[in-house]
Design a protein around this ligand. Structure first.
Ligand code: DP6
Length: 419
C-alpha cells in the first residue's frame, strides 16, 4: 500500500431478538459459553435494529467507535475479542475505482472506525447489545471479505454478548451450547426463516422502571454461583423444552409454543428469585400483564397470546394472528392508557397501522375502548396511566443485511468520522 488517503466502508443493519427458551448462565465467562441451548425469535429490523458503519483507512491512527453519536472505549475484552477474531479472518479486498488494495495480512495493522446506532432508545432495556455486537461482527465481516458463514460469524458475535449470536439470522434461531472447550461448536443456527410463521404479531410493552436493573452478565453470574434451580433447569428442564419448542415451531403449533414460552420465562424469573441475593426483574406492571394474558388464554380455552420477559420489566407479547393482536392492543390500551395529551402515534410505535384496525387512528379515544369481556376485571384498576412508557408493534423479521445506499452510512466517506 502506498500512502493513500482513501476511506473504504460498509454499512449494515442487524435485528434484535427475543428468547423464548432463555439463555441464563455461563460455563465459561471469557468465551461466553452457556449452560444450556436457547431459542429466539428475530424481531423485524424495520422496528428494532442496529445500523453500523465500519470504515478502514491508512489515515486512521487507532481503532475508534461511536455509539449513538457518542465516542465509547473499545478497550473492554468483549470488543477486543471480537475485533481480534474477525481481523484474523480478513481476506483480500480490492476496489480499483477507489484505489483500495488491502491484503489479508494488512488487517492486523490497519485501524478501524465504527459508528453504531439503535433505532430504539437504549435506555428502554431492549437487548441493544444483541443487535449491536451482531452488527459489529457482520459489518466487519463484509468490510474484510471474511468467508465464514453466518453460524461461524455467530461464534464471534457470541464473544461480544451471548444473545448476539442469535441475531445473525432471521426468523427462529437456536443457539447450540456446544461441548468443546474452545467454543467453536457454540454457534447459532436458523430453525426456520421469518416467512415460515408470518401470522405472528409481537407487541412489546416498554414498562416504566424506576430502579436500575442488575445487568444480565452479573445477574447470571450470581445465579450460576448460588441457584440450585439453575443447575436443575440447565440439566433436566431445558434439553426437553428445546426439543418440544423446535417441534412447536416446525408445526406452527401455537398452543405448545405459548405454553413453552410462558413456562420458560417464568422459570428464568424463578431462577432469579432463587439467586442469593434474589434478583427482581419484573415489577407490578409486568405481573399485571401476565395475569391479563393468562386470564384471557384460559377463558378462550386455547392460547391466544404468549408472553416472555427478559432481564427487565418489559413484556414481549406474541399474538397468534393479527385479529388477536388487535384485541390484545385494545385490552392493553384500556388498562394502560397513555398520559393525557399523548399522541397515540407516539404511544404505539413500530407497525402502528394496527391502530387503524383497533379503531384508534382518528378521533376515537381509549376511553371508548371495550376490551374482551374475559379480561375486564381482576388485573387491577383500569387507570394505570404512566406505567407503560409506550408499545412497539412488530413481527418476526429478517436477519442482517448490507445497506448499499451510501446516504444511510453513519460515517463521512471522506473523513471516516461520524456525519
Ligand atoms: C435474559 O446476552 O445480555 O436476555 O452474554 O453476559 O452479554 P451476556 O448476556 P446477554 O444475556 C441475555 C439474557 C436474556 C435471555 C436471552 O436472551 O436468552
Amino acid at each position: 500500500m502506498a500512502a493513500e488517503k482513501w476511506v473504504y466502508m460498509v454499512t449494515a443493519q442487524t435485528p434484535t431478538n427475543i428468547a423464548v427458551i432463555k439463555y441464563w448462565g455461563k460455563r465459561d465467562e471469557v468465551r461466553i459459553l452457556p449452560v444450556n441451548d436457547s431459542i429466539s425469535v428475530t424481531l423485524d429490523p424495520d422496528h428494532l435494529c442496529t445500523v453500523t458503519t465500519v470504515a478502514v483507512s491508512p489515515s486512521f491512527d487507532r481503532d475508534r467507535m461511536w455509539l449513538n453519536g457518542k465516542e465509547i472505549s473499545l478497550s473492554g475484552s468483549r470488543y477486543q475479542n471480537c475485533l481480534r477474531e474477525i481481523r484474523s479472518r480478513g481476506g483480500d479486498v480490492e476496489d480499483k475505482e477507489k484505489g483500495v488494495k488491502i491484503e489479508k495480512k494488512d488487517w492486523e495493522r490497519l485501524n478501524l472506525h465504527i459508528a453504531s446506532h439503535n433505532n430504539f432508545p437504549t435506555a428502554a432495556g431492549l437487548a441493544s447489545s444483541a443487535a449491536g455486537f451482531a452488527c459489529l461482527v457482520f459489518s466487519l465481516a463484509k468490510l474484510m471479505n471474511v468467508e465464514e458463514d453466518p453460524s461461524q460469524l455467530s461464534a464471534i458475535a457470541r464473544q461480544g454478548s451471548g444473545s448476539a449470536c442469535r441475531s445473525l439470522f432471521g426468523g427462529f434461531v437456536k443457539w447450540k451450547m456446544g461441548s468443546k472447550d474452545d467454543g467453536s461448536d457454540s454457534v447459532a443456527v436458523q430453525l426456520a426463516d421469518e416467512k415460515h410463521w408470518d401470522d405472528l404479531v409481537i407487541i412489546i410493552a416498554v414498562v416504566s422502571s424506576r430502579q436500575k436493573e442488575t445487568s444480565s452478565t452479573s445477574g447470571m453470574r450470581e445465579s450460576v454461583e448460588t441457584s440450585l434451580l439453575l443447575q436443575h433447569r440447565a440439566k433436566e428442564v431445558v434439553p426437553k423444552r428445546i426439543v418440544q419448542m423446535e417441534e412447536a415451531i416446525k408445526n406452527r403449533d401455537f398452543a405448545s409454543f405459548t405454553q413453552l414460552s410462558c413456562k420458560d420465562s417464568n422459570q428464568f424469573h424463578a431462577v432469579c428469585l432463587d439467586t442469593s441475593p434474589p434478583i427482581f426483574y419484573m415489577n407490578d406492571t409486568s405481573h399485571r400483564i401476565i395475569s391479563l394474558v393468562e386470564k384471557w388464554n384460559r377463558s378462550e380455552g386455547t392460547p391466544q397470546v404468549a408472553y416472555t420477559f427478559d432481564a427487565g420489566p418489559n413484556a414481549v407479547l406474541i399474538a397468534r394472528n393479527r385479529k388477536v393482536a388487535v384485541q390484545l392492543l385494545q385490552g392493553l390500551l384500556y388498562y394502560f392508557p397513555p398520559k393525557p395529551d399523548t399522541d397515540m402515534k407516539s404511544y404505539v410505535v413500530g407497525d402502528n397501522s394496527i391502530l387503524k384496525e383497533a379503531g384508534l387512528d382518528g378521533e376515537n379515544s381509549v376511553e371508548n375502548l371495550q376490551p374482551p369481556p374475559e379480561i375486564r376485571d381482576n388485573i387491577g384498576s383500569q387507570d394505570q396511566k404512566g406505567e407503560v412508557s409506550y408499545f412497539i408493534c412488530t413481527r418476526p423479521g429478517r436477519g442482517p443485511v448490507v445497506l448499499p445506499d451510501q446516504t444511510q452510512a453513519l460515517l463521512d466517506p471522506e473523513t471516516g468520522l461520524p456525519k
